[in-house]
Design a protein around this ligand. Structure first.
Ligand SMILES: Nc1ncnc2c1ncn2[C@@H]1O[C@H](COP(=O)(O)OP(=O)(O)O)[C@@H](O)[C@H]1O
Ligand SMILES: [Mg+2]
Length: 385
């Protein structure tokens, strides 16, 4: 089916303000002096419909069961991640305008604006897919689209073991950590599997406990009978009604959580979370973006700083409120794994540093310097260093 033909039919239908039904498409083609067979007419209908309601040329990629991310950087540069790193696909958009139209339509589906006045959008589509788009000239080379597919179910712990994310026997350690109600943090780079691991671990929480989730974008899917999900929202067109993660953490605390969970700490809510972990809300957890476990204190410091929390105060809250850091990496082969588990210690100046307690190896977690402390914490529970 030629592009030129699709363009002609699209224009005709747009002029008439009509939906692409087979009858209308056939009429439009006839008026153009084209006579096509049934299957070709249906092909045109399908292409136009997926342009209008679906995700256009990206639809087959998003529908593939193993694809987690679809990224568009140019009309002829569409990438996917099937779990083994980025691969360029042979999907092509007709031109830059088509990518822009798709981005705007998806934004509209998510109930958001995307235009010159508001040139980016970060939203969730009704099926859970996370949409991010930036229009030119902010995106210098043209509209950029990033879609993160949400798989409807959480990975179960045996699956993470089978995938090598958790080394053999590592499941016992993770269960012990949850049973002891230690507060923990999952760190790692973007796409390293933080949210997924946190979902899985929340599935290990006892059924009598109440989990309250506060998230920017509702991604966590714990397999657990008692979960309350709260999600932030941006301001409306008039600039009112914004609900921040900080608001949610505060509300969550009034909802009698047994486990307070912050999907991803990336702003001033860090102070509310730390305060909560210090005031009887042990067993809380969150994810944070950090390139190494030992960077976590500095990262939290930087976030706390934006909220006006001074360094010493942050470190004492951290020391008293958080026990363990689980750090994920994505290795060269694209495999995600818990590379290290750290415990917290105070250095001579009273600042918190992380100490490796267990290191991923193909045979199982290898004991490191902080192992004894981790074992004691798992046995006795309790936070504090
Ligand atoms: N252990 C894993 N094995 C295979 N795929 C995974 C694993 N963890 C996560 N994924 C997939 O990778 C993508 C990114 O995971 P996610 O947990 O959202 O990462 P992050 O929160 O670190 O950005 C998801 O689509 C998810 O399905
Ligand atoms: Mg995440």
């Amino acid at each position: 089916m030629s592009r030129e033909l699709l363009d002609v039919v699209r224009r005709r239908l747009a002029e008439a303000g009509a939906e692409p039904t087979p009858a209308r498409v056939a009429v439009a083609l006839r008026e153009e002096g084209r006579l096509l067979g049934d299957s070709e007419v249906l092909g045109v209908v399908g292409a136009l419909r997926s342009e209008m309601v679906g995700s256009g040329p990206l639809e087959p990629l998003l529908a593939a069961p193993d694809v987690t991310d679809v990224l568009v950087t140019a009309p002829d540069a569409v990438w996917v991640d099937r779990g083994g790193g980025l691969e360029r696909t042979d999907v092509r958009f007709r031109d830059a305008a088509e990518v822009r139209r798709l981005a705007q339509r998806l934004a509209a589906v998510a109930g958001r604006r995307l235009d010159d006045a508001r040139p980016w959008v970060d939203a969730r589509l009704p099926d859970g897919t996370r949409l991010h788009a930036v229009l030119p000239p902010v995106a210098v080379a043209g509209t950029c689209l990033s879609l993160r597919v949400l798989r409807p179910r959480a990975f179960a712990l045996p699956e993470l073991l089978a995938a090598g994310t958790v080394p053999p026997g590592g499941d016992r350690l993770l269960r012990a950590l949850l049973d002891a109600r230690l507060s923990f943090l999952v760190s790692g780079g973007t796409g390293s599997g933080k949210t997924t691991l946190l979902s899985t671990l929340l599935g290990l929480v006892g059924p009598a406990e109440r989990i309250v989730l506060a998230e920017d974008s509702a991604e966590l899917r714990p397999d657990h009978p008692h979960v309350v999900r709260l999600e932030t929202r941006p301001a409306n067109q008039e600039g009112v009604g914004r609900v921040t993660l900080r608001d949610l953490v505060r509300q969550a605390l009034r909802m009698r959580p047994d486990r307070l969970v912050v999907g991803e700490v990336r702003g001033t809510e860090v102070t509310d979370l730390l305060a909560a972990l210090n005031t009887g809300h042990e067993g809380g957890c969150c994810t944070v973006h950090a390139n190494a476990a030992c960077d976590v204190p500095a990262r939290l410091e930087a976030l706390g700083c934006t909220a006006g929390l001074d360094r010493a105060a942050l470190h004492s809250q951290l020391a008293a409120g958080l026990s363990v850091v689980l750090h994920l990496v994505r290795d060269r082969a694209g495999r995600r794994r818990i590379s290290e588990i750290h415990v917290l210690e105070r250095d001579r100046d009273g600042f918190v540093v992380t100490v490796p307690a267990a290191i991923w190896s193909p045979e199982g977690f290898q004991e490191a310097r902080g192992w004894g402390r981790l074992a004691r914490l798992c046995e006795r529970g309790g936070q504090g260093c």
